[in-house]
Design a protein around this ligand. Structure first.
Ligand code: 4AZ
Length: 269
């Protein structure tokens, strides 16, 4: 066999391999377009204009968030703790992460709940102040005494760009699902150390529908209000292991005026 034919064969083999990879990728994209894992289905930004994602300076989506005012985003403390404003961009109005739709807003200030240590201890709440107002409708916060939002069985809407299975890939598109609020007594059976004062669980007893890694910081919406912040859970969509969310009503005051909380540590005369 001559040198020319060897080169030709090599080129052919390379072309065939490239074609196979391309077909595989197209298949993967097609599968994701029809993603129904963890109970998700495509959601539209037009229906949920307040849902945003947090991206690194390089543009990589790592958490969700909710606009509660034109310059304020509520997210999870575990998404922002230890970061500087320049490390986070808030992306609004962009359903498809691979599109240029909507706006990316720089962060001016990061507030992390001063008593936050880790997700299982609670206080998983953070507020980002943006450098410019965003032209998207915010989601109302619950009132402090709005306990009705947390009634067992109340339907909660979850939204995010996170993983579509516990061991799966993040979603290219915004996905949504509806899960019922779980009674505190039931969630305490699922997780020892569950704190009903500052957390709320949502999910089906049989599993199958849940938030997952990358959805953290995003909303749990009950009756049109930001009832919860996606916080933690064991795995994703596993039976008997509902998602755990920050109980937002408890934090209403500190979210509205984060400076109030820091006054706690100021000595009084
Ligand atoms: C996470 O790692 C995570 N199934 C978020 C939500 C849930 C589990 C883990 C709930 O960000």
């Amino acid at each position: 066999m001559g040198a020319t034919s060897r080169v030709t064969r090599l080129l052919l083999a390379t072309a065939l391999a490239a074609a196979a990879v391309a077909v595989g990728l197209t298949q993967a994209n097609a599968d994701q377009d029809n993603q129904r894992i963890v109970g998700g289905s495509r959601a539209s930004i037009a229906d949920h204009p307040y849902v945003v994602y947090l991206a690194t300076a390089e543009g990589f989506q790592f958490c969700g968030g909710t606009l509660v005012d034109d310059k304020k985003v509520v997210t999870a403390a575990h998404c922002t703790v230890g970061k500087q404003p320049a490390d986070i961009a808030v992306v609004a109005g962009r359903e498809d992460k691979e599109s240029g739709a909507g706006v990316s807003a720089p962060v001016q200030k990061i507030w992390v709940h001063p008593e936050y240590t880790n997700v299982r201890s609670g206080n998983d709440v953070s507020v980002l102040t943006l450098t410019k107002p965003l032209p998207y409708r915010p989601l109302p916060l619950p009132n402090k005494d709005e306990e009705g939002l947390y009634a067992a069985g109340a339907p909660g809407v979850i939204l995010g760009w996170g993983r579509v299975a516990a061991d799966g890939q993040p979603s290219r598109y915004l996905l949504q699902a509806t899960v019922p609020v779980v009674a505190d007594a039931d969630c305490a059976e699922s997780y020892t150390g569950y704190k009903p004062e500052t957390m709320v669980c949502a999910g089906l007893p049989e599993g199958g529908v849940d938030t997952c890694q990358g959805d953290s910081g995003g909303p749990l919406i009950v009756a049109g209000k930001l009832a919860g912040i996606t916080s933690w859970g064991e795995g994703c969509a596993a039976p008997g292991k509902p998602g755990v969310y920050t109980r937002v009503a408890v934090y209403r005051d500190v979210i509205e005026e984060p400076a109030l909380e820091s006054k706690v540590s100021v000595p009084t005369q």
